[in-house]
Ligand binder design. Structure first.
Ligand code: PEP
Ligand code: MN
Length: 263
């Protein structure tokens, strides 16, 4: 069901046609929508294809900021003003209908839910008659056979985009065990589009840029990068791993060069 489909689209555009860059804040701060708006505008200017923004967040501790339903409106407004597709992580079943109503283009299934068959089935059922919605299926957080990850995507019942993001146990000093090279295997075994997340793999802004370049060299179709206009003011992962929109702007021509070189 999820095999060898190179036709997967985001908002009508075939992902593998050209380098596909998604960028945006890890976490939208419901109390400070201006930061998210500024970040997203700067990223559009940098040339990204889609905007990401965390409305609901999987946090290690329940005492950390968990996100807010109201941030969905903030990202929906940004979609309208920038005319770019938006990517939001879905963590719980009740969020599916809200995200559909808000016009979310890409449902991210995060690393903590990639093997949550119930959630995957619910997403599949609710978007069954909505071909315009795409699923970005992240690699599970803990090391496992990649067939587990690939097989879990079948629960969605449609072709997904696979998203390597590193895994645990980590290499000391990195946030996770970097896995940009897994694209080689995915391309051989699955063939669906691969969008690599160097931000969660590396967890450090200076390393994120290098990993982004390496990921493209390994043949992935695009990247999802955490970026924030003012990282110290951010929430979630933004203070520690987001790169600036101007860094994204500088990076894109280099990524394009490598993308062309390996194709
Ligand atoms: C995120 O994209 O902000 C996130 C929490 O990702 P992951 O599920 O890969 O940890
Ligand atoms: Mn994050």
């Amino acid at each position: 069901m999820v095999r060898k489909n190179r036709e997967v689209k985001i908002a009508g555009k075939i992902v593998v046609e050209d380098l596909y860059i998604i960028a945006g804040q890890c976490t939208i701060d419901v109390k400070n929508p201006a930061l998210f708006q500024e970040t997203s505008h700067a990223l559009k200017e940098a040339g990204v294809n889609a905007i990401r923004g965390g409305v609901w967040k999987p946090r290690t501790l329940p005492s950390s900021y968990q996100g807010d339903d109201k941030s969905l409106q903030i990202i929906a407004d940004v979609k309208k003003s920038l005319a770019l597709p938006i990517v939001v992580e879905i963590m719980e079943e009740y969020q599916i209908d809200l995200a559909i109503a808000a016009g979310v283009d890409v449902f991210q299934v995060g690393a903590r839910n990639s093997l949550n068959y119930g959630l995957l089935k619910s997403i599949g059922k609710k978007i069954a008659n909505r071909p315009e919605i795409t699923v970005l299926h992240k690699r599970p957080i803990h090391m496992g056979d990649i067939d587990e990850w690939i097989g879990a995507a079948d629960y969605v019942g449609r072709d997904v985009i696979f998203c390597p993001r590193g895994f645990k146990p980590t290499i000391s000093g990195f946030r996770n065990h970097p896995d940009e090279s897994i694209t080689l295997l995915l391309n051989e075994r699955v063939g669906n589009p691969v969008i690599v997340d160097p931000s969660h793999s590396m967890g450090r802004p200076d390393f994120v840029k290098k990993a982004a370049l390496a990921a493209i060299a390994y043949g992935c179709d695009g990247l999802i990068i955490e970026s924030h206009i003012d990282p110290p003011k951010g929430l979630g992962d933004d203070p520690k791993q987001s790169i600036l929109p101007k860094d994204v702007k500088e990076l894109i021509p280099k990524l394009k060069q490598i993308y062309q070189m390996v194709r």
